[in-house]
Design a protein around this ligand. Structure first.
Ligand SMILES: *Cc1c(COP(=O)(O)O)cnc(C)c1O
Length: 463
């Protein structure tokens, strides 16, 4: 994802201070279909439409800022993943990317399983009718109450993350008179090619049990010795927003090696491995994500090859895409407010949201694209920084991008690929009202998560 420095647009020809933006697209009115959801297009008047509805109408009906989620795209991505992996594998959607009751119903209808990592996500999943056996429970610090609830519900699997948790879950399962299906999360020592704070399989971090020093083998020994646990496999998740399959290859190889060691030591072949999620999506035109069928083929080839070499039966594979399913399906619609040109630097374009609806830019230095969507424009490109309305100078939504120089207050702009980790990480900072999520499909739009109101704020404030 390296970005080449490029002479800026004519409006700010002297700006080369940071050099982390690419050239403006030849025509800012052309939407790069890589970063927009499938039904997004411009209509005859030049306004953007999604699911056949003009954004101007959506803004009028639902207000801004708001997330618009392309439901048919979401469902198509679910199907693409489950068809790519086929009947001998399981696709678990990582609920933390974005979860709501409607999403749970779509997943259920499209045949996917679901990862949760808190009591709140579990409650949402069960409330919307996801069968407990299709749910996996993750997390490095599940509370006793959460584990109890999961075991009572008959959850499909709990992914054990520590030695203490192995004992904790075993005791709870025993108390409930069940053998809980579990996997052990191992850290395979792979550092995915991504931002440090979202890489999770190198060893100096809070998740999982290290393969190194025989820690994972010891965890397996303990899990196999406890009556309350039915150890079905090993789990590895190496990071997020990954494009390079090499990390997955190393991870799969090490996980299969562990299965072979378990077979040699205990005489059991664990039937499943989970290779986690983390597959990258296109946030800008420079990102080139892989299609689910390529990913499925790459992963199953590696596992098959490694198992043949180790003379193991090929285990059932599961994967856990979150971002790759929901990320590309939504955009955030904002209304442009104050526009502040800083001579010789860039133009600051303020929108009616910000870090409260998209923290990823501030948190991970994430890159996004942006487009003027209420109309087209033939004005020359100007270098902009899209910022929110919060009391932080780091309140940046899109760090460097180009918008037409005739941009004016009241215009609508949209940031694509905000389906994952935006609403789910949204906050009330500055007592912002978290935006709604509106599902759009076949000419119909309906709110699936409503906008927060000032009454909601006051309801929690009971002092
Ligand atoms: C976050 C997470 C995922 C999903 O990651 P994406 O980047 O959204 O695909 C999958 N599995 C585990 C264990 C995770 O923590």
């Amino acid at each position: 994802m390296s970005r080449s420095a490029h002479p800026a647009g004519p409006r700010h020809a002297d700006v080369l201070t940071e050099g982390h933006y690419s050239a403006p697209a030849a025509d800012l009115n052309v939407l790069d279909e890589k970063v927009w959801s499938r039904t997004v297009t411009r209509d005859a008047d030049g306004g953007l439409t999604v699911g056949g509805i003009a954004v101007a109408r959506l803004a009028e009906e639902f207000g801004t800022p708001a997330y618009f989620l392309d439901e048919s795209d979401f469902r198509a991505r679910c199907r693409a993943w489950s068809e790519a992996f086929g009947p001998d594998a399981d696709v678990f959607y990582a609920g933390k990317a974005f979860l709501s009751r409607a999403v749970v119903r779509w997943l259920k209808e499209e045949g996917l399983n679901l990862d949760v990592c808190s009591g709140g996500e579990l409650t949402t999943a069960l409330d919307a009718g996801m069968p407990a056996e299709r749910i996996a429970f993750h997390g490095n610090n599940k509370t006793v109450a959460e584990i109890e609830r999961a075991v009572e519900a008959g959850i499909g699997r709990i992914v054990l993350d520590s030695f203490q948790e192995i004992v904790r879950v075993a005791h709870i399962a025993q108390r409930h008179g069940v053998r809980q299906r579990v996997q052990i999360r191992v850290t395979v020592g792979v550092e995915a090619h991504t931002h440090e704070f979202i890489a999770t399989a190198h060893e100096d971090q809070k998740f999982g049990i290290a393969l190194a020093d025989g820690q994972a083998a010891e965890a397996v020994r303990r899990a196999l010795s406890l009556d309350g646990l039915d150890l079905i496999g090993v789990h590895s998740h190496i990071g997020s927003q990954i494009f390079d399959m090499a990390g997955f290859e190393v991870s799969a190889r090490r996980v299969v090696q562990l299965l072979a060691e378990i077979r040699d030591e205990h005489g059991v072949e664990l039937p499943e491995i989970d290779l986690g999620g983390g597959l990258g999506i296109a946030y800008t035109s420079e990102d080139d994500p892989r299609e689910p069928h390529e990913i499925a083929k790459a992963l199953s080839d590696i596992v098959t090859r490694e198992c043949e070499a180790a003379k193991l039966r090929t285990p059932r594979i599961s994967v856990e895409p979150g971002r790759a399913i929901v990320g590309p399906t939504a955009f955030t619609l904002y209304e442009v407010g104050t526009i502040k040109p800083l001579e010789g630097l860039r133009t600051y374009v303020s929108v009616d949201g910000g870090m409260s609806d998209n923290i990823r830019t501030a948190l991970y230095d994430a890159e996004y694209s942006v487009a003027l969507v209420s109309r087209t424009s033939d004005a020359e490109p100007m270098l902009v920084r899209v910022v929110g309305k919060h009391c932080e100078s780091g309140d940046i939504v899109v760090k460097d991008a180009f918008l037409p120089a005739d941009l004016a207050p009241g215009d609508l702009i949209a940031v694509p690929a905000t389906g994952a980790y935006c609403r789910s990480m949204a906050s009330n900072y500055n007592h912002a009202l978290r935006p709604p999520v509106v599902a759009v499909r076949d000419g119909e739009a309906r709110v699936i998560v409503r906008r927060e109101t000032e009454e909601d704020l006051l309801r929690l404030d009971v002092g």
